[in-house]
Design a protein around this ligand. Structure first.
Ligand SMILES: *Cc1c(COP(=O)(O)O)cnc(C)c1O
Length: 400
């Protein structure tokens, strides 16, 4: 702390040396070394001709990754919640009605943001741990006639992947509602086709399946959604996230709005280059293959997955906590003994599940063998009825 004369002695601390964790929780995931190297390259100005080129590249790589031709595709300065707020606070106008889901933590965040934008919130119900049923979405659309329908494609709080997306978007469009999709934990990890599935607006985050540090977050809007944004009667309340102003910087003009987080744009460029090098479909396939091995391991050990195969989310595996152990103690032991991060449940699934991420650079064979080994060891030492050896063998077999 400060000395009495207001000075501070930095010789008492050392240069930063964070612990070397393996990140297998709900995000952030492990960052690829190439992304870290990109972040240690020199700054240029945010309007430097070389940076303008980088902006173009990032936009094109984002279109590739989202599977979209949307002109309006940018990295928003900030974390996933900034891209989320940019989507909701621009598309939802005061007096609009937005239909949101109740089946997880992030649907609740959509509702809070819609209310702050002056919108009226109505809900389509499903329990935590289950996806939305298309019939329930249709009924809610017919009952409430909303202007906007939001859903979470990959619910990080429950490990549920929303199936039938095209059915949901078709139903919404039948009622002239625009569709906003939360794709934070699916982009770059789980099949997502923005154009083919007719999603109007999708936002994401860099630190989940893109394995990039948080700071510049993907957002894409169709022309139709952007038309609504550009013809608003009132300005959105946020100046910083006003897409009609951001158009000046990311659109043709390239004029100053705010200083882009240059280093984070470098980072996402490299992270997205890694996606394109691997191939987006191969990347989805890798996540599924690696997460299947994780799933095979925890099941062979004697644990149960919370989500059935129909809507299991490979990038976030919800594993039921076995009897007799405290989830918080298990997570603490994994950090202390193995430098390994996984997470416990939250909201309605608090105390029910572990959340094990399998995202981006973390979705590697050696990582899932490590997780299954470490989790089996810690659970057994705490008295749970598990067979760690069977778990590791099943994981290895699945990876062969
Ligand atoms: C992580 C996450 C967010 C929020 O992203 P932040 O980067 O934490 O702001 C939103 N939605 C989902 C589904 C997420 O997993």
């Amino acid at each position: 702390m400060l000395d009495s004369d207001g000075s501070i002695d930095v010789t008492e601390s050392s240069e930063l040396t964070p612990p070397d964790r393996t990140l297998m929780g709900p995000g952030p995931s492990d960052v690829h070394p190439r992304v870290l190297r990109a972040m240690s390259t020199p700054l240029v100005g945010h309007l430097d001709p070389s940076f303008v080129e980088i902006m173009d590249e990032v936009q094109e790589l984002l279109r590739y990754t989202f599977r979209t031709d949307n002109q309006w595709t940018i990295p928003v300065s900030g974390t996933g919640s900034a891209a989320m707020e940019a989507a909701i606070s621009n598309v939802v106008e005061p007096g609009d009605t937005m239909l949101v889901p109740t089946n997880g933590y992030f649907g609740g965040r959509m509702a809070s943001m819609a209310r702050r934008a002056g919108g009226e919130v109505v809900e389509v119900d499903a329990p935590w741990g289950e996806p939305l049923a298309p019939a329930d979405v249709s009924d809610a659309l017919a009952e409430h006639d909303p202007d906007v329908f939001g859903f979470v494609h990959a619910e990080t709080s429950t490990g549920v992947r929303q199936p039938n997306v095209s059915e949901l978007t078709a139903a919404a469009h039948d009622h002239d509602a625009l569709v906003i999709a939360d794709t934070v934990t699916s982009l770059g990890g789980v099949e997502l086709r923005v154009d083919e599935w007719d999603i109007d607006v999708a936002y994401s985050g860099p630190q989940k399946c893109l394995s990039c540090p948080p700071g510049a977050s993907p957002l894409t809007l169709s022309d139709e959604a952007m038309d609504k944004v550009l013809s608003r009667e009132t300005d959105p309340r946020s100046w910083y996230l006003d897409l009609s102003l951001l158009e000046g910087y990311w659109g043709d003009e390239r004029a100053y709005h705010h200083t882009a987080p240059i280093t984070n744009v470098y980072a996402i460029r490299e992270a997205l280059r890694l996606v394109a090098e691997e191939g987006i479909e191969q990347r989805w396939e890798r996540h599924e293959r690696i997460a299947s091995a994780l799933k095979a391991g925890v099941e062979a050990m004697g644990l149960e997955m919370n989500a059935p195969d129909d809507y299991w989310l490979p990038s976030l595996n919800a594993v039921c906590i076995p009897d007799g152990v405290d989830d918080g103690e298990v997570c603490d032991a994994l950090i202390e003994q193995y430098d390994l991060e996984i997470a416990s449940g939250l909201g309605d699934l608090d105390g029910e599940i572990f959340r094990i991420g399998c995202m981006g650079h973390s979705a590697r064979p050696e990582n899932v063998i490590f997780v299954v080994t470490a989790l089996g060891d810690v659970l057994e030492s705490m008295g749970a009825d598990v067979d760690p050896g069977a778990g590791v063998s099943a994981t290895r077999r699945a990876l062969e």
